[in-house]
Design a protein around this ligand. Structure first.
Ligand code: SF4
Length: 388
């Protein structure tokens, strides 16, 4: 049976909040799945639920089973082509679907799979955030169950609220994965070009490249070709102007006590130039272009400069954005006066935040809240209430 219909808006919202809380800071799919299972259980009782995501590359549906008895465990998974999976029908038509499994014959492989698990009925609702059709949410019962129109509407509402949080999680995961791959490619390429000739590099990349970790052979090939292109650009750039800077450190978390607040940040990379100047480099995986204005106005780079300044107070500083996709770096000097001016602005901004009378502010729930990193803060500190 599926029960729990009639949960209030606040109950649903509390479940969404619990989901956001449980997946905050997690980038792994198992974190998302256990978060969904545990949060769903707050508002609806089910025997089995499933998060079914559409895989664009393979045009298939990937089902992750969530067991009510063990919500922290990810159950069996299965990938089926869209047309062989009832969740594919839901994904295409954007309508709920109720299946009495004993009499079902349209999706034989899928039906056989869920029947083996003992299910007798299945209810699927679209998992869609705005225009982004993510997949479906499924609820399986060990007994025959046909939900009423109100019950279906309730499950659809849950799915649409959860979809925003799931979408935010998946988008973040995509970005991180893309960024990690590009950065690994970037670092490996740079390390190798300094040691190998162009021909040796080409052979090494072809020989050592692996498709492991990529979603498809095409995606793997695209990254490999990007590696070749990066290397060519490096060899050309080196021939024109040999690089003299050395890497001082990469990926380092720094912290500075600023008086009324603590400034922290993870710096992607710092290079040291022969004249002693330090260049702070922030990688950008999504940008197609980067220019000097963007670097001069980059808030994070200025914060990193303040962090680095404490450790190396007398070194001249440069700040740089490195757009990985076009393989383009733009660096500008940041003199002490400009950094002091930035610190004044930052101090004033923090003072404004700290001294604000938050009691007079009352945020309103908008769809974006479900996937927002500040959701818990808004609820706890500002009394955000979705039921209003
Ligand atoms: S910061 Fe804005 S979007 Fe985020 S939870 Fe608060 S009100 Fe919603």
């Amino acid at each position: 049976m599926i029960t729990g219909v009639g949960a209030s808006s606040s109950d649903i919202y509390e479940a969404v909040l619990a989901l956001s809380r449980s997946i905050a800071g997690r980038n792994d799919l198992s974190g998302l799945l256990s978060g969904v299972a545990e949060s769903l259980q707050r508002i609806v009782a089910f025997d089995f639920a499933a998060l079914i995501l559409h895989d664009c590359e393979a045009n298939s549906m990937y089902s992750y089973v969530l067991d009510a008895a063990a919500p922290a465990d990810v159950g069996p998974t299965r990938r089926l082509p869209v047309e062989q999976d009832p969740a594919g029908w839901v994904w295409i038509h954007q309508r709920p679907l109720v299946i009495a499994l004993e009499a079902e014959s349209r999706w034989p492989e899928f039906t056989e799979w869920v029947r083996t698990a003992g299910l007798r009925s299945l209810t699927l609702v679209p998992l869609t955030a705005g225009d982004n059709r993510l997949g479906a949410l499924g609820f399986g019962c060990l007994a025959p169950f046909a939900p009423s129109r109100e019950e279906l509407a309730f499950l659809e509402r849950i799915a649409s609220e959860f979809a925003v949080a799931v979408e935010a999680f998946l988008a973040k995961q995509d970005l991180l994965r893309e960024r990690d791959r590009l950065r690994t490619l970037f670092d490996v390429t740079k390390a190798l070009v300094s040691k190998l000739s162009p021909d040796e590099f080409r052979h090494a990349l072809e020989r050592l490249w692996s498709d492991a970790g990529f979603e498809s052979a095409q995606q793997s090939e695209a990254f490999k070709q990007h590696g070749h292109a990066l290397a060519s650009q490096y060899y050309e750039a080196q021939a024109a102007q040999p690089a003299a800077a050395v890497v001082l450190f990469t990926e380092r978390m720094l912290r500075r006590d600023m008086g009324r607040y603590i400034l922290t940040g993870r710096i992607d990379r710092v290079d040291e130039h022969p004249d002693g100047a330090l260049e702070i480099i922030d990688y950008k995986s999504g940008r197609a272009e980067v220019d000097e204005n963007q670097v001069r106005n980059d808030l994070a780079l200025h914060c990193y400069a303040l962090l680095l300044q404490e450790i190396y107070p007398d070194r001249p500083l440069w700040i740089a954005l490195y757009a990985l996709r076009p393989n383009k770096k733009v660096a500008v000097p940041l003199d002490a006066d400009a950094l002091a001016e930035f610190r004044e602005l930052l101090d004033a901004l923090v003072a404004q935040i700290l001294d604000e009378d938050w009691d007079t502010l009352a945020p309103r729930w908008i769809p974006h809240c479900a996937g927002c990193e500040f959701l818990e803060l808004c609820v706890r500190k500002l009394g955000l209430n979705p039921a209003e």
